[in-house]
Design a protein around this ligand. Sequence first.
Ligand SMILES: [Zn+2]
Ligand SMILES: [Zn+2]
Length: 612
Amino acid sequence: MADKHNGGEGENAELLHKLRHSAAHVMAEAVLQLYPEVKIAIGPAIDTGFYYDFDLGTDENGRPRTFSPEDLQEIERRMRQIIGGRHPFVYRQVNADEARQIFKDQPYKLELIEGLSKGAVDEYGNETDVPVVISTYRHDTFEDLCRGPHLDNTGQIPPDAFKLTTVAGAYWRGDEHNPMLQRIYGTAWRNKKDLNEYLQMLEEAKKRDHRKLGKDLEIFIFDDEVGPGLPLWLPNGSIMIEALEDLAKEMELKAGYQRVRTPHLTKEDLFLRSGHLPYYAESMYPPMELEGVRYYVKPMNCPFHHKIYASKPRSYRDLPLRLAEYGTCYRYEKSGELFGLLRVRSMQMNDAHIYCAEEQFEQEFMAVVSLYLEYFRLFDIEKYVMRFSTHHPKGLGKKYVDNERLWLKTEDMVRRAMQNGGIPFVEVSDEAAFYGPKIDVQVWSAIGKEFTLATNQVDFAQPARFDLVYTNRDGQEEIPLCIHRAPLSTHERMIGFLIEHYAGNFPIWLAPEQVRVIPITDAHNAYAESIAARLRDQGVRASADIGQERMNAKIRSAQLMKVPYMPVVGDQEAANGTISLRKRDGSRQNDLPVDQFLALAQERIAQRASAL
Ligand SMILES: [Zn+2]
Ligand SMILES: [Zn+2]
């Protein structure tokens, strides 16, 4: 399913890409026909469709004009007419002057042409260092600055397999100092069936949106006075966080990690040493000055762990040294990029750094990969991809630490480890971290929505910057390698993912409220409360609903909160020492002895089972 939604691989992906990019051109023509004054910006194909950015000018209050849902329908109708015209897409190369002439009324295009003519940016305004050829694609009355590729003609876009989905504000070139443009998103598929499947998935995704469910299930909130991107965890969210931390601690204890704790705040010197300053300064909160010293809140935990490594002499016998911490970090994400729990400014990271000798690398690296796989199994994640990001020689000394030999060596080590372990992966050039190759782990939720959950990085540069050494068997000093890993990502991102993945129907071990006992009438309140107390006594998160509502209302409210177990108790149950169990999935079991129910709940929790 996910494959299909992303266009899949190879030929199919290429065709979909052309189809979507062609649809973007057709949409731009339709908009220009309906709004001749519109200024057009850029319009690429994206994952499941395409978009185009438009400047409709401002209204009498100076606010950017936008498109209504009716406008989108009108644009779709116009697009179908253009598709019906079967207009060929025609490519031509032009020089900068010709391009300026063609787009003389289109200021955004003129700005792009300036970049193109200098050879600095491509037609989307992205930096590039490949030689730039200025070219256009024309169909019907519309010509766009474009490298293509495109379909042969507009008639190849299936008229019943695309839809304009939303309009969103987007700053020109992503810069908030620039004008706000109106971005129309569309989705396009090879046939109507694929489109409908995708739209259904979107519908389901909306219901599962973690921002909505997170509020309904009282997991987290944001508050204006606290600030954007800084979540407040409600009691239910805190329970989930603790359940995840317990899991991590248990797994990491078995895998030989040691836990450490480090401060949120540090002197500037530490991040100067790590090299995060000045390069990473934009993503950090500005410094505060105390007694003439500049302090930063930490954007990452690594340098602190390096300091702990360096706190005493290390020999080969101490390695691998695995230091773990759920460290809270703060990163300055632009307000426009914040998104629910998935993009935040404060985050608690399932962090660890593994310091090892080169000959230990493969085993350590694979142990980390196994940990990922173990978590995927536990969370019923069936589809995932490991993306292996490597350096590109052209970025050496700029984007990447300037040491080609070490790049090639560590990349080779990772590749070999993955191959030897039989772990499927895709290799992508030029996406590595500054100090070494990395593996990004993408996972798909139960309904096929993609999330990037975690990274696993090899670092051959930081240990040297921090003068980390160990004495090898021959009594000589060597620099260890460092593996940065966070398989459970941050609590924020993980819980955001889990909410959507499970649609809030968490496995019992993660469910904030595991059991809610429901008395049939007031007369059974005492019995209900005694059961809840007994469960709590045995470590089960249970309560009794002794409110004023009728039983059915109580059941409904427990269902809305997605409580896994709802024992109902009345005269008969009280007399027999039993409960009538209603599970969240609708199944029931009458007259279950309380002992048996307690044993069932405890077993499910201990096993971290998915089944109720
Ligand atoms: Zn184009
Ligand atoms: Zn790190």
